[in-house]
Ligand binder design. Sequence first.
Ligand code: PBG
Length: 329
Amino acid sequence: MKSLHRPRRLRSTTNIRELSHEISYPGMERLIYPCFIQSGSQKMDPILAMPGQFRYSMDIFLKKLTDWKKLGIKNIALFPKIDENLKNSESSEALNENGFLPKALQQIKERHPEIAIFTDLALDPFSSDGHDGLVANGKILNDETVAVLAEMAVIHARNGADFVCPSDMMDGRVKKIREALEQSRYIDTGIVSYSAKYASSFYGPFREALDSAPRAGDKKTYQMDFRNQKEALKEAKLDFLEGADVLMVKPALSYLDVISKVKEKSILPVAAYNVSGEYAMVKASAEKGWIDGKKAILEILTSIHRAGADMIFTYHAPEYAEIMQKELK
Ligand code: PBG
């Protein structure tokens, strides 16, 4: 018997495809642009493995924000490159209220108050060991690290962060951070928890950008094993119970199943981080002419959204804004 269904009917013209599409391309309101900043002035150092991305000094960065706002960028995540001589095994610069990052936050809030700022909570940019936590005898200390992160969260909140984002994967950190924020009366500062952050090869270019790779060992005693999916649900549930506002899955592309599961099981919004190595793959192959970069970006961000991400951290944000402007014409 002949099938009564011919699915191609719904694909036959643009009008019909537009009438029947299931989700929209994610709008700029769903994106968070991760940016690298550094001390000094007149600096805009290219990050070699991330073509199009730079480490900006604040004078240039504040001007760039004006351009990006015109493109439709509404949210940024900040990653400071800390001077090598300020790194130590205690990561003490992370708690310097007069340090580079608190000042940068103040400057951005003053010049661009409408931009939502997401800050990262982890020690790696500040640590001479290049680990997200404090290290003793080759081990990453959990509770001692959590205490530092909670203090760090309060400093970020005080200086203008709208959301703090623990990316360290220590146990119990969301609870301690939430308690510290409440105690200091930063009741409106939110927590985007990197709930399911996997030990991934796709962070390579980011570590080049901040010179933050582990000096010894790897991150597998705290970041998750990429063979696991249920464990992501455990982490997400704990973070929900500890008071997180948003749950994140990271990286995005090899983890669309995890995004989808966390979205299905959780009542919180879900974020996905389209990480540096994913960005680098697109850029490298587009540069060689092996793929159409712009089409790939549209497809990638839409697929992350389709999987269940309400918000997406992506280095493609400025280019995507241009792609969308053309798409909507
Ligand atoms: C810091 C942190 C990392 C990333 C975000 N926050 C690196 C890491 O955990 O090693 C990676 C982001 C990216 O690759 O784009 N803990």
